[in-house]
Design a protein around this ligand. Structure first.
Ligand SMILES: Nc1ncnc2c1ncn2[C@@H]1O[C@H](COP(=O)(O)OP(=O)(O)OP(=O)(O)O)[C@@H](O)[C@H]1O
Ligand SMILES: [Mg+2]
Length: 440
């Protein structure tokens, strides 16, 4: 198991003498670490700011990994992973790559941006393949050489059409052996429909012309049509992988793995609660977990269990350090208005419950009622006023945090925001998102 090994990302891991304050048995407790050693050990388990790339840390995605591996084994198939922001698309793509090319020292990944033009992206793919090949051959990557087209033999004529693009990629990959895999991330960022369409044409040609290259594309979207923007006939060349939130047991495993490694007793109620708050967006589990473990490390006494205080301070710390975009969305929707308490309670009510889209009558009766009860002394809004507040949250001056899915149905414009809303409610002592789960 990787938890026994030093963290590949941190050079500090490699000097174990510096990591421990006290030489103990093979599994030191938290206070036995120096901060430097603790940082190095903790980053093996909590990576709120980095995608996962190793199968043992990617929880709850085994069926998706199997589907991708089968697709890559099927001649001419490419993969498209799509889902909500922050749900784990890049992690799945990187881990799938890692399983496909276990000896690779470089992740060939091309990130799209709003002004990415198709031929520039093809050029980036070619460059990624060259870096990958050079690192595999030499064991190290010399970026300076790759940067120089003359040195790396990349000085090909300018691409003018799809045939040039196909030829450029044909020349870049080997003709035998397992296919080269390149990740095309943030596909949703490409602004121009014609560039998206060119990608679809490229995929078809790579398959038809048996080029030994497969693409794993990732993008934010609820459907592939929404993402690609134009109706395309690429379907049979593409294995589509819709990605949902990770299941409860996968959320728990992120925390349990760290608790086991550090020899910490993490009570099941807190683990379940963090899983519920996260709403299945693993970012929150990593963030809260990281904050709780740092709080234990900072405790003046030696700690062997997560206490209620560690938990509370972990929640506070996670709110403070949440992505700015989440904090801003929440502030804009609630705090910058009179009746800000009303708006917070309305948002908490929408974030309650399992379903991403809910009917307003159900939100009012099932969630709002219970939430106001927990607010000791706060007045309850009349149904009509509640509906009004809900409507306002769909408007520009509230950041359009909510949107109507159909008549009388509401959801968050970005589902990842639900986790942040749940965190804010938790800090205010209000429990939302309490669904009944079985802990095994
Ligand atoms: N299956 C998983 N198990 C554990 N942690 C995960 C899993 N998937 C993702 N993570 C963690 O969740 C966070 C978000 O993952 P990732 O960056 O892959 O999401 P994304 O969908 O690509 O996000 P974005 O839409 O912003 O590009 C990261 O902290 C990552 O380490
Ligand atoms: Mg991503």
């Amino acid at each position: 198991m990787r938890s026994q090994l030093p963290c590949a990302a941190c050079t500090v891991c490699h000097n174990s003498a510096r990591l421990l304050r006290v030489a103990t048995s093979d599994r030191p407790m938290i206070k036995d670490y120096t901060d430097e050693g603790f940082t190095a050990a903790l980053c093996q388990y909590f990576t709120p700011a980095q995608p996962i790339s190793e199968p043992e840390h990617l929880h709850g995605r085994e069926p998706k990994l199997k589907a991708i591996s089968r697709a890559l084994g099927s001649p001419g198939k490419h993969v498209f992973i799509y889902g909500d922001r922050g749900v784990g698309k890049t992690s799945l793509a990187k881990t799938a790559f890692q399983l496909h090319s276990p000896h690779s020292k470089h992740f060939p990944l091309v990130a799209c941006e709003a002004n990415s033009a198709f031929f520039e992206l093809v050029d980036s793919i070619r460059r990624q393949i060259a870096i990958h090949d050079q690192s595999s051959a030499a064991g190290t990557i010399n970026l300076r050489e790759i940067d120089s087209p003359i040195n790396s033999g990349l000085a090909l004529p300018t691409m003018r059409n799809i045939n040039d693009a196909v030829e450029a990629l044909r020349a870049a990959v080997s003709t035998s052996g397992p296919p080269m895999v390149v990740i095309i991330d943030e596909f949703d960022q490409i602004a121009e429909d014609k560039d998206k369409k060119s990608f679809a044409d490229l995929i078809k040609q790579l398959s038809d012309q048996e080029i030994n290259l497969r693409l794993i594309l990732c993008g934010i979207g609820r459907s592939l049509d929404e993402l690609i923007g134009v109706h395309l006939s690429t379907d049979r060349y593409l294995a589509t992988v819709p990605l949902e939130q990770i299941p409860h047991d996968a959320r728990w495993k992120i925390l349990e793995a760290a608790a086991t490694f550090f020899g910490i007793d993490f009570d099941r109620d807190s683990i379940i609660r963090i899983g519920q708050i996260s709403d299945g967006f693993p970012y929150y589990v990593h963030l809260i977990g990281e904050k709780i473990f740092w709080d234990m490390q900072d405790d003046p006494v030696k700690v062997t269990a997560v206490s209620a205080d560690h938990y509370q301070r972990g929640i506070h710390g996670a709110i403070e350090e949440s992505q700015t975009s989440l904090r801003q969305a929440y502030e804009l929707a609630t705090q910058k208005h009179s009746n800000s308490d009303d708006y917070e309670e309305v948002l908490w009510s929408v974030a309650d419950g399992k379903l991403l889209s809910r009917q307003v009558t159900e939100i009012f009766a099932q969630s709002y009622d219970r939430i106001v009860e927990q607010r000791h002394g706060r007045p309850k809004l009349k149904k009509e006023v509640f509906y009004q507040r809900m409507n306002r949250l769909k408007q520009d001056n509230h950041g359009r945090i909510l949107f109507g899915t159909r008549q009388g149905w509401y959801g968050f414009r970005e589902n990842v925001v639900r986790g942040y809303v749940r965190l804010r409610a938790e800090r205010a002592g209000v429990r939302v998102g309490v669904d009944h789960v079985k802990f095994s």
